[in-house]
Design a protein around this ligand. Sequence first.
Ligand code: PLP
Length: 642
Amino acid sequence: ADLYSIDQWGVGYFSIADNGEVHVNNPTSANRSTDTTTLNNTSVSLVDIVQGMKERGLEMPAILRIENLLDQRIKELNEAFLRAITAAEYQGNYRGVFPIKVNQQCHVIEEIADFGRRFNHGLEAGSKAELIIALSQLRNHESPNQDSLIVCNGYKDSEFIDLGLYANQMGISCFFVLETPAELPIILERSRALNIKPLIGVRIKSSVVVDGHWNEDSGDRSIFGLSTNSLLEVVEQLKTANMLDCLQLLHCHLGSQIPNIRNIRNGVLEACRFYSELINEGAPMGYLDLGGGLAVDYEGASSNSTHSMNYKLDEYCANIVETIIESLDPLDIAHPTIVTESGRATVAYSSLLLFNILDVRNHEPQALPATLADDAHELLHNLFAVLGNTTNKNFQECYNDAIYYRDEIRELFRRGQVNLHERALGDNITLAILEKISHILKTIERIPPELEKLPELLSDIYYGNFSLFQSLPDIWAIDQVFPVMPIHRLNEQPDREAIIADITCDCDGKIDRFISPDGIRNTLPLHKLNKNEEYYVGVFLVGAYQETLGDLHNLFGDTNVVSVRLNGDGSFDFVREFHGDSISDVLSYVEYEPKQMLEQFRRKAEQAVKEQKITVAQRQEILKAFKESLQGYTYFEREQVN
Ligand code: PLP
């Protein structure tokens, strides 16, 4: 059985091979020299990639990027729109733009700009820094992205605007999307000063409130976009400045991860109404930008739960194309170029986080004596009797009794009337009773609500070598659920139920919601650790937002990163490798001066020599360890066990 639902969320990119290892499949391999794509079905084991990383000194935890999957997503998105456009005889084009904020890492953006060139896939920038990335990436001497767009959202000062205007002068279509009417006078002023015409877009506030986490991006309370009055104000200002011809784009972003296709249809419908009204006002228009929102099916459940979606990519494209046709054809309005700013759906699949398990705490009771000594505490005798009497008929009553006696023992311990040995024995017998009840629960149909959480309370804690706050911040921030599973030993039945804790000392640093064929569950089936053998876990579909939003909680820094490209013959190349932050790096992020720290520590060591607490040789040894730590990885490093 597909315990981890990989066949659902993996959508053919990931699967389990006969040897029990997770493989990444190479759905198509792009031939870079001829820009053609050929189909082949080769796959590579993630364990082989981990082994290769090890040989290159890239230890866990690490982010693994699979370039082919990024290419594939760009290809699928563009081809799906092309199919929908052709099928509906739509007269306009599709121009995708990737929102840089979703993953700003240089090699991700380079790959998008490079591979996206064949589809004229552009970039969306929300700040000056992102515009600088877009300008440097899209302009390629050998083969400029003639037809790609740069869409600028967010607040724009005159420096930002000048950069965008210069881009226009160089022949790059760079749109300024107005978030507020206050931006327009600066654009008009800079345009006059530089004598360059701007391309202007307006972001509307859609009144469609969408399902999912990000529904505050939409509706009247959305913090972005122009109200209807402001929109009219902008049109008037442009008319007065005699620059209404610059207004060519309407922008509407309903929110990220929209699980319900009906919301999208309604959003497009409303956007088309605004679009046609702006044409009535005399604006030329030409571009309809529908923002992001195309969801990722993290659960693979094909439902409209927050982590899933009730539509497929083809349906998304067809809905958009058809809704535009239905809205604009009766008004005789030419079909606009459709722009979408899909971020999540473009990059999520291409990265996964890999980590090793450092330790396990299980809640199995210790071996109990066959009988209790006669003079053992009465409450212990009572508990012991409950253990002997628990059956599938009276387990609820036994549960109540066990908790009652356990709490009595704890109370007496607090008052000094029960010693540590007695308290430990009480806890242990209680654990044995709860284990017994937990086994009984597996055999019955209706579990009493009070006992529903028991298996979770008794589950193991697997300690993973990663920081949730650095690598999976959305789990903490918005209860995001990602697919998590071991990447090997999948031909063995996992015999433990566990939650996963990270290595920050923060009680929020844990993963305790998992995807299963029966929906979200609170424990994950895992294997018992084998002695002297690493156990590797992968968190999949983490390419969107996670790296960018991650933080330095407990000063765990960026992880190692590798990018691989799968070749047509089942081999793969390490195309990029980056060592994660050293301790020295993270210390300098928070304004320490590592050189100065070493000097301060050296003085302390010298003092200790003077005071004859250590020898000179020991001083050398200690300073060496200090220096090596400064240069070392922020995560748990252990001697190779394999
Ligand atoms: N465009 C804008 C304006 C956004 O605010 C966002 C993110 O919320 C996106 C695009 C990307 O959305 P998604 O990742 O859902 O495609």
